[in-house]
Design a protein around this ligand. Structure first.
Ligand SMILES: Nc1ncnc2c1ncn2[C@@H]1O[C@H](COP(=O)(O)OP(=O)(O)OP(=O)(O)O)[C@@H](O)[C@H]1O
Length: 216
């Protein structure tokens, strides 16, 4: 599955509705940017979509979810944990298989972090940690990417390079982005969220930055 049709998406906290009810239909090949001001509901919507799509998604959550005590290799390998038998994962914890090490190393190379393979995640900077979560999502190789501000801790050139990589590696994606220029440059469809509802849903070519800024 690389497209999906979700309806009746709702979320509430302490009895207060923060999302929906809303529907979202995503076709295979859509590269959706979720935009909207802080607190609009983008992260909550990504979580709701992940609950529905689950194993078909590669997720980059805003909180990253790295295990500090484990190496960069093992954090990336976690992207495929549910695709291997328990014995394979247990052996990998002690001593990774050469093929997996090579695959992860190649990914880290593409993310400018080749020399970090064996280091614990605790020793990384914020931007490096974010790239490990990105590598984990790419390594998972699911049909759909769900990402919540995946390049927020990266400098401009690195953010562009990572967005290019994500665009090339995933046919279908939904990415929450604060950076309107990145949204317009790397996505094919812009979905604006306002007060938990879809306030804008347009192909990228119909929009300029000022159209999106009206959401803020
Ligand atoms: N765990 C929670 N408990 C209570 N309220 C929450 C919780 N998570 C989110 N909210 C509320 O839900 C609303 C939407 O939050 P959400 O994190 O989805 O927004 P967002 O658009 O992703 O914001 P940002 O761009 O700042 O990440 C906000 O009003 C927020 O306060």
């Amino acid at each position: 599955m690389s497209g999906f049709d979700l309806s009746h998406l709702t979320a509430s906290f302490s009895g207060k509705r923060v999302i929906g009810p809303l529907s979202l239909q995503v076709s295979p090949g859509d590269k959706v940017a979720l935009v909207g001001k802080s607190g609009a509901g983008k992260s909550t919507l990504i979580r709701l979509i992940h609950e529905r799509v689950n194993r078909d998604a590669s997720l980059i959550p805003q909180e990253l979810g790295l295990v500090n005590a484990l190496s960069v290799f093992h954090n990336v390998f976690m992207g495929q944990l549910d695709q291997h038998a328990t014995w394979y994962n247990t052996l990998t914890l002690a001593r990774p298989f050469a093929r997996d090490r090579t695959d992860v190393q190649e990914l880290l190379q593409a993310l400018g972090m080749a020399e970090k393979l064996r280091l614990p995640a605790s020793s990384l900077s914020g931007g490096q940690r974010q790239r490990v979560a990105i590598a984990r999502a790419i390594y998972r190789n699911a049909p759909v990417l769900l990402a919540d501000e995946p390049v927020s801790a990266l400098d401009g050139p690195m953010a562009n390079s990572v967005m290019t990589l994500l665009r090339d590696r995933f046919t279908t994606s939904i990415i929450a982005l604060h950076d309107v220029e990145l949204a317009l440059n790397y996505c094919t469809r812009i979905v604006g969220i306002q007060n938990g509802q879809v306030a804008l849903d347009q192909p990228r070519e119909n929009l300029v930055a000022s159209d999106i800024m009206s959401l803020y």
